[in-house]
Design a protein around this ligand. Structure first.
Ligand code: GLN
Length: 482
């Protein structure tokens, strides 16, 4: 039975079809692994009662396949906390569109995954509830903010998870945990029922151990939704269809020179990224080096837009309509203040302060408006690059997973985690993070492929060709293989 722990969705579906494995056995195996491992790993904020998770078969794309969903996505009648004390005990009154689609596809959702509070962070350390470890080394973070989702998949507790990505929160934890993470084009996946961090940047994306599985989950959740006016009206796509194992004909991969040759790389990560480029050449890709200097402003632009929108979005948590309410207050104003002061953690409060500052009269021109102008330039320059190359190659992170507390006294270093990931959110384009090796201390390394709007099929095709030519997806954390 345990031979299935690290099986892909693809092979689990085969085993179910051949009746080598029953639906019930698969779900029970998943619970067994959570019970055995998650006390230490800490990936789930809640594991739902097994019986309440069972559903009848739909014959859909993810029929009977257990997975876990980040705790900022509404599931009707389930708790939804965003890993914040502010929402302790709050229950979702409806299903997010992605949850409705997962259910229609037959997926079984076994729990709520830990995350940074309100998705603010890169380590899952800002969760008000628990610590999540990196399955490859328990003294290190799993990345964030979708750290629980990434850890559960990498440790073989589930074969898929959903995360949300506003500045890198699917891709950076996927990279730190050695799995595949996709940030789709803005507007491909509905945000209805996703608790907003920065509404103009947020996208929900899948985390899986293989490229095929990722394409499968995206196929199940993508598409127009009348409940989210930013989704696009497009024909539905089977993203697994282009996965042939070879690159598109005449494929040109662009390398953003100013990203790959930026200072500050861990030498082992740098070497693995260059080795990946050699691998792409062997697969027949033409590599073209280009410069897009404006991309270097990504993290600064992100810092401002993220805080501005977060401050506006989080204004709704006022102790009145939902969430935590401070009981000791004498006046209405006290109640607002105390509820927000006690309900939010430090990172959230700092972002609200900065966000309101950059939007305030007298400062908005200097910060917010300026950031929006640079955002426009970034998108223009990036789209120009796609006239010269098919896709772009980028690092996911400059170094592998860091130790708990490593940046506690250096918040700028933490913010720099978004250096390579935030440009895709700022420009709206899709990007997939793919494992590409290990450090000498056995920590995963990852690169990103970035494409023009709605190029997910091409991203998966190219990522799959690379994956099939390399062994990384077959390697799993030794602590989780009994
Ligand atoms: N690390 C980023 C931040 O803290 C990413 C957050 C996200 O994508 N949700 O803002």
């Amino acid at each position: 039975m345990n031979t299935y722990a690290f099986s892909s969705i693809r092979s689990l579906k085969e085993a179910l079809n051949k009746k080598a494995l029953s639906r019930k056995e698969l779900l029970t195996l998943c619970y067994k692994r959570f019970n055995q491992y998650d006390k230490i790993l800490g990936s789930a904020l809640e594991l739902f009662d097994e019986q309440s998770v069972e559903r009848s078969s739909t014959g859909g794309l993810l029929d009977s396949i257990p997975g876990i969903v980040k705790d900022n996505i509404c599931q009707n009648g389930r708790q939804l906390t965003c890993a914040s004390k502010m929402l302790q005990g709050y229950k979702s009154p409806y299903d997010a569109t992605v949850i409705q689609r997962l259910h229609a596809a037959g997926a079984l959702i076994v729990g709520r995954a830990n995350m940074d509070e309100f998705a603010m962070g890169s380590s899952t350390q800002t969760s008000a509830y628990k610590k999540t470890c990196n399955p490859w080394d328990h003294s290190r973070v799993p990345g964030g903010s979708s750290g629980g989702s990434a850890a559960a998949v990498a440790a073989g507790l589930v074969s898929w998870a959903l995360g949300s990505d506003t500045g890198g929160s699917v891709r950076q934890p996927a990279g730190f945990c050695g799995i595949v993470g996709m940030k789709p084009t803005y507007g491909l996946v509905s945000r209805f029922g996703l608790v907003a961090l920065s509404s103009s940047l947020d996208q929900i994306g899948p985390l899986t151990r293989t490229v095929y599985d990722n394409a499968l989950v995206l196929s199940a959740i993508a598409g127009y939704d009348s409940q989210d006016s930013t989704t696009h009206m497009r024909a539905s796509v089977d993203y697994t269809a282009p996965l042939t194992g070879s690159l598109p004909k005449g494929f040109t991969l662009g390398v953003i020179d100013n990203a790959l040759e930026a200072p500050g790389f861990d030498p082992e990560v740098y070497e693995a990224l260059h080795e990946s480029l050699r691998q792409f050449e062997q697969l027949g890709a033409r590599i073209k080096r280009i410069k897009i200097p404006v991309m270097d402003y990504g993290v600064s632009v992100y810092f401002i837009i993220n805080r501005a929108e977060a401050a506006s979005n989080l204004a709704r948590f006022d102790g009145v309509r939902f969430g935590y309410r401070s009981e000791q207050s004498q006046t209405l104003n006290d109640m607002y203040q105390n509820s927000r002061n006690q309900g939010f953690g430090l990172e959230v409060k700092s972002r609200i302060l900065i966000g309101n500052y950059v939007l305030s009269v007298g400062h908005a021109d200097e910060f917010y408006k300026c950031a929006k102008i640079v955002q426009g330039h970034m998108r223009q320059e990036l789209l120009k690059a796609f006239h010269e190359v098919d896709l772009l190659f980028m690092p996911t992170s400059a170094a592998a997973a860091f130790k708990f507390g490593a940046f506690d006294k250096n918040s700028i270093q933490m913010d720099l985690q978004d250096y390579f990931t935030s440009p895709a959110n700022i420009t709206g384009v899709p990007t997939v993070a793919v494992p590409c090796g290990f450090t000498s201390t056995h920590l995963p390394i990852s690169f990103q492929l970035m494409g023009p709007d709605f190029s997910e099929a091409a991203l998966y095709q190219v990522a799959y060709a690379y994956e099939q030519a390399t062994p990384w997806h077959t390697m799993h954390p030794p602590l989780y293989q009994e």
